[in-house]
Every structure is written in structure tokens, then in C-alpha cells.
Design a protein around this ligand. Structure first.
Ligand code: SF4
Length: 405
């Protein structure tokens, strides 16, 4: 099941003329100091009564039922459907006053929080999960700035994604400086196509941010420039991206390289792995990633779909090349049963909790607790190799070259 992170409130009242607000949800009994953005979180009539008795000036109600507020309550009110019942103490929401549309920006109990920075991008990747839009969405950066003071300082990790996150690089580096000051213990990961770092001004500004745990996660889809440029639909992108990575490492910055695996990249993954091992062994991490079949990947399905069991051997050799060069390498988004056993130690539970699911077959699998499972977004494609891993199957695989047969 996909957790609904977007929606429209059924009611709202007494918001200012400002276009948008950022709200933080609080337990009614919270003893923490109240911030002007704080809303008591009420899920039952009794919660609503207790919130008003405790003088909460703002209340968010998760309910379909009638909202019985005393006439003395003159504060802000938002009501959302019970399908957002997951909302909890410390979560942060972006709320548009006129349309009543809202987005859950941050869930305190989640290890997978990410902020969309912009929908604009100078690449146009064939499998983009967030197809670029040429819109003025700079308000999103203001919303993020407003959100950061509300985020729990104990948050372990935060990702910024796009679009191209460095589209408005000056404003965005200011946001990252806020992270440095407010969330110094949080691992900050920025997904970027890396082309902006070919500009020395931008890479110098990045270095000056000085967050102690900042990582740029940059896709390199092939060791051949025209293949990468074709995947991202931008001529010259490969050269700019590689130059950007070199400039980042030259300035001591942390870099993760990401290779998304599909029919254009997976058949050459061994070459790509060997090239990365030889030419960029100093990067901090390489992630070899299964495809999320959503966005442009659905439109380009006929061009992109490749069953992971058909590239497992090449993937294993790529992992070998990278590991032999001392590169920290992981496999993301691919279930264990479709991978050669040799790479299981590299296969991580990488899919964000709000869009992660399993199929019935998984219920009898011994590896479910350590398996990535599947994306629930878009139009999921399943490998013909999906099969529960059990002690019995392990015995069988010693006799047969499973899962290719
Ligand atoms: S059967 Fe399910 S839980 Fe087991 S490895 Fe495959 S996808 Fe993962």
C-alpha cells in the first residue's frame, strides 16, 4: 500500500491572507514549548474536547465525523480524512489556504524523509519518476526554510530531491546552511544530476556550506558519454556530470554515484562498474538501483523494462569490480530472490517506507525481513524470478542454475 502524502482538507478555518502555511502536529498532552506553527492532533471527539480544554490555539482533526468545537474556540482548524490516520506527533505539513491542499513534508517516525526542492530540471531522463515541469515553484524553497526549524533535531537522515535541486543553487545552498545550523547531526543527502558542479562558483559554494554530513548523490548511467546523454536526453551532460564529480572530490566533498538499471544501462553494467572502479574509485558510495516503474518509466516501458534476473550476472561482476577497487557499493530497490546470492550482502532495504510493499509469495519467504520488496507506486513490474527463499529452495538451487531456468 502507498501511504497518501498529498490530499485536500475537508475543512479549514481562520487562516491568514498568506497563501500557505507550514503546520507541525503535536500530541494534545505534549509538554514541549508551543510554536506558532503547532496544531494539536485530534482523532476522536474526546481528543477535540481535551485539546480545547488545554487551550490549544490550533487543531488538526483526523476524522470524517462532525467536529464539535465549543463556541469559545477561535483558533485555526484543519480537518482531514481518516486515511491520513498515520499523522503523528512531530509531523510537518505544508498547507495551501485557498485550495485546502496539503502535503505531508516530514514524518518524525520515518527514516525516509525527503523534501522535493523543485520540479524543474535541465535533464529529461527517460525513466524520470518525477517528470520535469517548467514552472515557477520557488515558493517550495521558502516552505522548506519554514519547515526546518520544526524538524526534530534527532532526525537521522533527510533527502532533498527534484527536479534538479541546484536549479536555484544560491537559494538552495542557503537552505543547506540552515540544515548545517539546525540539523548538524542529520545525514543530508542531495539528489542532483551533478552538472551544476562543473561551474566552479557552485562547487565552491557547496564546499562553503560546511555541513558535517552532506552527500551529493549523482547519477552516472554508463561509462560511454552518448549512452548517458541519451538516457538523460541532454547532449554534453556526461562531460559536465563527470567534471562536477571531479571538482567535488577535489574539494573534499562526499559523493555517491547512482546507476539506475534498465534495458539501456543494465546490459552494460559490468563495463560501467569496471569504469567507475578504475576512474572514480575515490567516490564515497556507488548505488546500483532497480527501476521505479512510475513517471516517464511507464511511458517508456517498452524501451526500458528488463527483468533483473537477466542482468544479475553482469550486476554481480560490476559489484566485484567495485569491491575489488575498495569502493563501497550497494544494490538498491531489488528483491533478494532476483539477485545472485553473492551480492545479497550489498542489497539494502532502500525503498522509502511510504511506497514499499510485498507480494503474497513473500509471506513464506525466510528473507522478507531483510529484503527491499517492491515499489507500490506507478505500475509495478515483477520479475519472473520472484520466488520465496526457503531452506528447501536453497537445496534446489544447488542442483539448478535458478532463477534463469
Ligand atoms: S520472495 Fe519476496 S521477500 Fe522473498 S526475496 Fe523475493 S521479494 Fe523478497
Amino acid at each position: 500500500m502507498t501511504l497518501p502524502l498529498y490530499g485536500t482538507a475537508s475543512q479549514s478555518a481562520r487562516f491568514s491572507d498568506k497563501a500557505r502555511s507550514v503546520l507541525r502536529l503535536r500530541s494534545i498532552d505534549s509538554a514541549a514549548e508551543r510554536h506558532v506553527a503547532d496544531f494539536a492532533l485530534a482523532k476522536t471527539p474526546d481528543d477535540i474536547r481535551r485539546a480545547t480544554e488545554a487551550d490549544w490555539p490550533s487543531i488538526l482533526v483526523v476524522s470524517d465525523g462532525p467536529i464539535d468545537l465549543p463556541s469559545t474556540f477561535t483558533g485555526r482548524l484543519v480537518a482531514v480524512s481518516p486515511k491520513y490516520d498515520y499523522l503523528a506527533d512531530g509531523d510537518v505539513i505544508g498547507f495551501d489556504h485557498a485550495s485546502r491542499k496539503f502535503r505531508t513534508l516530514y514524518r518524525r517516525n520515518s527514516a525516509h524523509n525527503s523534501f522535493l526542492v523543485t520540479e524543474r530540471c535541465n535533464n529529461y531522463c527517460l525513466m524520470c519518476s518525477q517528470p520535469p515541469k517548467d514552472v515557477d515553484d520557488r515558493w517550495i524553497l521558502s516552505e522548506i526554510k519554514e519547515s526546518l526549524p520544526l524538524i526534530d533535531r534527532a532526525t537521522r537522515a533527510l533527502t532533498f530531491t527534484g527536479g534538479e535541486t541546484l536549479s536555484d543553487w544560491e537559494e538552495f545552498t542557503e537552505v543547506l546552511k540552515e540544515c548545517r545550523d539546525r540539523l548538524p547531526a542529520t545525514a543530508i543527502q542531495v539528489l542532483t544530476n551533478g552538472r551544476a558542479f562543473s561551474d566552479s562558483r557552485i562547487v565552491d559554494a557547496w564546499k562553503d556550506i560546511g555541513h558535517p554530513n552532506l552527500m551529493a548523490a549523482i547519477p552516472v548511467y554508463a561509462s560511454v558519454d552518448h549512452v548517458h546523454d541519451h538516457v538523460v536526453q541532454a547532449k554534453g551532460a556526461f562531460d559536465e556530470t563527470i567534471l562536477g564529480i571531479l571538482k567535488l572530490k577535489d574539494r573534499g566533498q562526499r559523493v555517491e554515484i547512482r546507476v539506475v538499471l534498465h534495458a539501456l544501462t543494465a546490459p552494460i553494467i559490468e563495463d560501467t562498474g569496471r569504469w567507475l572502479a578504475r576512474n572514480l574509485p575515490f567516490v564515497d558510495h556507488v548505488a546500483l538501483m532497480g527501476l521505479e516503474n512510475t513517471g516517464f518509466a511507464i511511458a517508456n516501458d517498452a524501451m526500458l523494462w528488463m527483468d533483473p534476473v537477466d542482468y544479475g550476472d553482469g550486476l554481480a561482476r560490476a559489484v566485484d569490480h567495485l569491491s575489488a577497487a575498495g569502493v563501497n557499493v550497494s544494490i538498491y530497490n531489488l528483491p533478494k530472490c532476483v539477485l545472485p546470492k553473492s551480492v545479497w550482502p550489498h542489497a539494502l532495504q532502500s525503498i522509502s517506507d511510504w511506497k514499499n510493499g510485498f507480494v503474497e509469495e513473500c509471506d513464506r519467504c525466510d528473507e522478507k525481513n531483510t529484503c527491499s520488496g517492491f515499489f507500490t507506486t506507478g505500475r509495478p513490474r515483477f520479475s519472473r524470478g520472484v520466488r520465496a527463499i526457503t531452506a528447501q529452495r536453497n537445496e534446489l538451487t544447488t542442483l539448478a542454475d535458478w532463477p534463469r531456468n
